[in-house]
Write a protein that binds this ligand. Structure first.
Ligand SMILES: *[C@@H]1O[C@H](CO)[C@@H](O)[C@H](O)[C@H]1NC(C)=O
Ligand SMILES: *[C@@H]1O[C@H](CO)[C@@H](O)[C@H](O)[C@H]1NC(C)=O
Ligand SMILES: *[C@@H]1O[C@H](CO)[C@@H](O)[C@H](O)[C@H]1NC(C)=O
Ligand SMILES: *[C@@H]1O[C@H](CO)[C@@H](O)[C@H](O)[C@H]1NC(C)=O
Ligand SMILES: *[C@@H]1O[C@H](CO)[C@@H](O)[C@H](O)[C@H]1NC(C)=O
Length: 371
């Protein structure tokens, strides 16, 4: 009898864990074109090394014969080498595969790519009919020919100098430079890496919490999930579902299992009264969560966080349910009994299933008389 129950419990536990922890690690490994090249992981993907699901559309890279990491940007000709990637700041340093970055900059159009510049500085290019060595300027060698020299300048002085000389303006380019220049550059050969960033997918919050984004493909769509260091994935907003779906029942089952196995220990029964009820009704009864009704939930105060991000409890700046930091303009809801506050969409879901504060277990239902 006791053994049967134990076996039944074991299988139920396995079933619950297998059905509720649906989001598992996607099995995408960090890769690189060589040991000196940037590490490639989501949202980037190395073609031929990482599967399609490991990257985000528009972030496909490949390795060339010299083991360099190459990206093609839609809408711009040419191929760029990836010099560095900072995944936490979402910054990307690029150069030209053929060592003539100004040539690519002349035709750079990022509007159909996922990337944009962080800082831009306007450079005007001049095509001069002779080599102005006396001007002590820095020519763009790869754009210059035997009887003409090309210069780029971002300063008034350089502009004046070159327009007064026998030079023709080719055009003015917004160059995605690496830092905001407070100083204007009289002339540059524009060979330094350009700095780009991306806004979508935005994994900066995930990265700042030590997590890593990855792509989870479901039957109908794809969603970005934030994987924690143990490799278990928690999409924002689904975290509570896992707590409710797997954590609580699994814990109850485990405690119940222990209670059953050591049936003589009475203190266990006494201390864990709900567990006992739960385990004795283990076979056919589903777990019934009694949450709050919509109007009760709506009666709890809601606030839209301002730019100053001032909270009812000043040090609680992280939502305990989804573990993300509150951002300006997000809607928060406070549980009046204990003043704990949460993202409204997170706590609303929780309260529909559970009539108590997830942090302190204060039960608003007693106060409000709902079951
Ligand atoms: C590229 O990398 C492979 C393996 O890492 C190495 O065998 C090969 O020599 C490298 N090629 C160049 C051009 O560095
Ligand atoms: C990314 O940038 C941040 C902030 O500038 C810096 O602290 C961090 O070390 C950088 N990471 C890498 C891998 O360079
Ligand atoms: C960049 O490309 C878009 C279309 O992809 C086009 O509408 C836009 O005019 C282009 N910008 C420049 C500066 O050529
Ligand atoms: C500069 O002018 C020369 C002719 O003087 C021309 O052949 C060359 O293509 C021009 N270079 C650029 C980058 O416009
Ligand atoms: C530049 O030199 C080429 C020959 O190398 C010649 O055909 C061309 O006319 C020259 N252009 C100018 C602007 O002098």
């Amino acid at each position: 009898m006791e053994l049967h129950k134990t076996i039944a419990l074991f299988f139920l536990l396995c079933y619950l864990i297998s059905t509720t922890v649906v989001v598992a690690s996607t099995g995408c490994f960090t890769s690189a074109c060589s040991k000196d090249e940037p590490l490639i992981r989501f949202p980037f993907r190395l073609r031929n090394y990482q599967s399609l699901d490991c990257g985000y559309p528009g972030f496909n890279l490949f390795c060339d014969a010299l083991n360099r990491t190459i990206i093609r940007l839609p809408g711009s000709p040419g191929e760029f080498t990836i010099e560095a990637i900072n995944y936490s700041t979402q910054e990307l340093w690029l150069n030209d595969r053929n060592n003539c970055l100004p040539q690519l900059l002349l035709n750079l159009n990022l509007s159909s790519s996922p990337f944009l510049g962080v800082y831009y500085q306007d450079f005007t290019l001049f095509n001069c009919s002779f080599d102005h060595t006396t001007l002590k300027l820095n020519p763009i060698g790869c754009l210059s020919g035997s009887n003409y020299t090309v210069y780029a300048t971002s300063s008034m002085r350089g502009f004046d100098l070159l327009s007064k000389s026998d030079c023709k303006s080719i055009g003015t380019l917004p160059v995605p430079v690496q830092w905001p220049f407070f100083e204007q550059v009289v002339s540059s050969d524009l060979s330094g890496d350009i700095l780009l960033t991306w806004d979508n997918p935005d994994c900066r919050i995930c990265a700042s919490r030590g997590g890593r984004c990855s792509l989870k493909r479901t039957a109908f769509n794809r969603e970005i999930i934030c994987e924690n260091s143990r490799g278990i994935a928690f999409p924002r907003g689904a975290r509570y579902a896992i707590i409710v779906g797997a954590g609580v029942p699994a814990m109850l089952f485990l405690i119940g299992l222990l209670c059953f196995i050591s049936g003589r220990i009475r203190s266990c029964r006494r201390r864990a009264q709900p567990v006992l009820e739960f385990s004795s009704a283990v076979s056919p009864q589903p777990i019934v969560f009694t949450g709050l009704d919509g109007p009760t939930i709506e009666s709890y105060p809601k606030t839209i966080l301002g730019e100053s991000r001032r909270l009812p409890k000043p040090d609680d700046n992280i939502c305990p349910i989804c573990l993300a930091e509150y951002q300006p303009k997000e809607t928060l809801r406070t549980i009046p009994e204990c003043l704990h506050c949460f993202h409204a969409d997170c706590i609303d879901e929780w309260l529909r299933l559970n009539a108590s504060c997830p942090v302190c277990r204060n039960s608003p239902m007693c106060v409000h008389g709902t079951v």
